[in-house]
Write a protein that binds this ligand. Structure first.
Ligand SMILES: C[S@@+](CC[C@H](N)C(=O)[O-])C[C@H]1O[C@@H](n2cnc3c(N)ncnc32)[C@H](O)[C@@H]1O
Length: 163
């Protein structure tokens, strides 16, 4: 049986593999990158250092990240994503080149229920050709699930694209 440490390591390794894959695949797109869930800011820090020439907006209800990983105020969309994602659809339309979601906690059933709830709020934000990386399985109508890149562990990360 995998331990909590095994699961944590698999999640971290998978996030990096999937983010690097999606960043490279969407490199030709100019639209913004959306980070859903800042947390400690590790994945935001990774995006900030790997993504070139695209704005990164962070959605978070309460910023408490490592000081090195706090996004600028004008790129921080504060509040509950159940409210800020619909507002972002009105503000940005289907413009995002890459969306990364890591909104879950320790309860898999709650995470799945929340992923079902936010999927239809995320879907209209993605540009044609844009990709989404998520720590939880999402429930999209028009986005295709892609095979995981090398290094990612099945079930620990999910990758989608609007074709
Ligand atoms: C697992 S942490 C993200 C970790 C981050 N990927 C990192 O590398 O440090 C999840 C974050 O999502 C945020 N979050 C969870 N539900 C949210 C909601 N409904 N609206 C806004 N933020 C939410 C939490 O506040 C928390 O900071």
């Amino acid at each position: 049986m995998p331990t909590r440490l095994d699961v944590f390591i698999d999640r971290m390794v998978s996030q990096r593999a999937c983010l690097d894959y999606a960043i490279a695949e969407t490199d030709a797109l100019a639209g913004p990158v959306f980070e859903l869930g800042l947390g400690n800011g590790r994945t935001y820090h990774h995006l900030r250092h790997r993504v070139q020439g695209r704005d990164i907006f962070v959605f978070e209800r309460a910023v408490g990240a490592h000081p090195d990983s706090v996004p600028p105020a004008d790129r921080t969309i504060l509040g509950d994503v159940r409210e800020t994602l619909p507002a972002a659809v009105r503000r940005f339309g289907p413009a995002a080149s890459l969306i990364h979601a890591d909104l879950g906690g320790h309860n898999p059933e709650k995470n799945d229920a929340f992923a079902r709830l936010v999927s239809p709020l995320v879907e209209p934000l993605l540009a044609p050709g844009g990709m989404m990386v998520s720590s939880d399985r999402m429930y999209f109508d028009a986005l295709s699930e892609l095979a995981l890149p090398e290094g990612a562990v099945p079930g620990r990360c999910f990758v989608y694209r609007r074709t």
